[in-house]
Design a protein around this ligand. Structure first.
Ligand SMILES: C[S@@+](CC[C@H](N)C(=O)[O-])C[C@H]1O[C@@H](n2cnc3c(N)ncnc32)[C@H](O)[C@@H]1O
Length: 225
């Protein structure tokens, strides 16, 4: 188990390389073709840092994570569930992951690959820019994870936090810099997004650039005070 990150395993492969993994909450089921390993009676799923920005952030040295067994997470932009499935593994059956996705086609994949096998995942077909639309489905959460690749990402996060994030709660914000503003260099985009988060009551705890796993992306970890 990772000595700093709850629920995350560090696996040394035969060639000496280091990979991350989580304990498979749906034994025998793969989500995106990942390798399953048996380790001391536990089934682990390798977590591909080239496919998941959260794994990339951990591989790039992020040592703080609010994710742990039993907590509730609002996940904005679940797509077909690659990262969400590992978050589901970490929070376990006593936790919840509310997964919001606005593309019906992508949501169908999410249902088939992830939600169908995991009772801690609640799929929500909705637009994350309109947080009141899922108020009847989501309760107060400990963490918001956001990866929507949309302009005004920080504003979307702050608006959702106003409704759903508990006091002292945490947020991960994956920034696809060039999707926000093609005319600006990533560093300017990061700065602007960070300012919006601060104005929305967040303290920035870490900003991790994700290259080489994900070029031009960063992961922001923030806490609402
Ligand atoms: C980069 S992908 C997410 C990848 C995913 N987080 C993962 O790591 O497995 C972004 C997703 O956000 C969805 N999305 C974009 N804007 C959205 C919005 N306003 N509300 C809900 N989903 C949105 C897109 O349809 C897409 O599936």
């Amino acid at each position: 188990m990772h000595e700093d990150i709850s629920g995350v395993y560090v696996v040394e492969m035969d060639d000496g390389s280091i990979r991350l993994a989580t304990r498979n909450l749906a034994p025998g089921i793969k989500v995106y073709g990942e390798t399953l390993l048996q380790h001391g009676g536990v089934e682990l799923r390798l977590w591909d840092a080239y496919r998941s920005k959260l794994a990339a952030a951990f591989m790039k040295g992020l040592k703080t994570s609010p994710l742990r067994d039993g907590i509730k997470v609002l996940y904005l932009g679940v797509a077909s569930g690659t990262t969400c499935s590992h978050v589901s593994d970490i929070v376990g059956n006593d936790g919840r992951v509310y997964g919001v996705e606005f593309s019906p086609r992508v949501m169908r994949e999410f249902l088939e690959r992830v939600a169908k096998y995991r009772r801690n995942v609640i799929p929500i077909l909705a637009d994350a820019r309109l947080p009141t639309e899922y108020a009847h489905l989501v309760e107060e959460v400990d963490v918001i994870y956001q990866d929507v690749a949309q302009p005004y990402q920080s504003k979307i996060l702050v608006d959702n936090a106003d409704f759903y994030l508990k006091k002292g709660g945490w947020a991960f914000l994956a920034i696809k810099a060039r999707s926000i503003d093609v005319t600006k260099e990533p560093s300017e985009v990061y700065k602007r997004e960070v300012e919006t988060l601060k104005d929305g009551g967040f303290e920035i705890v870490h900003v991790v650039h994700l290259e080489p796993y994900d070029v031009d992306h960063a992961m922001i970890l923030a806490r609402r005070t």
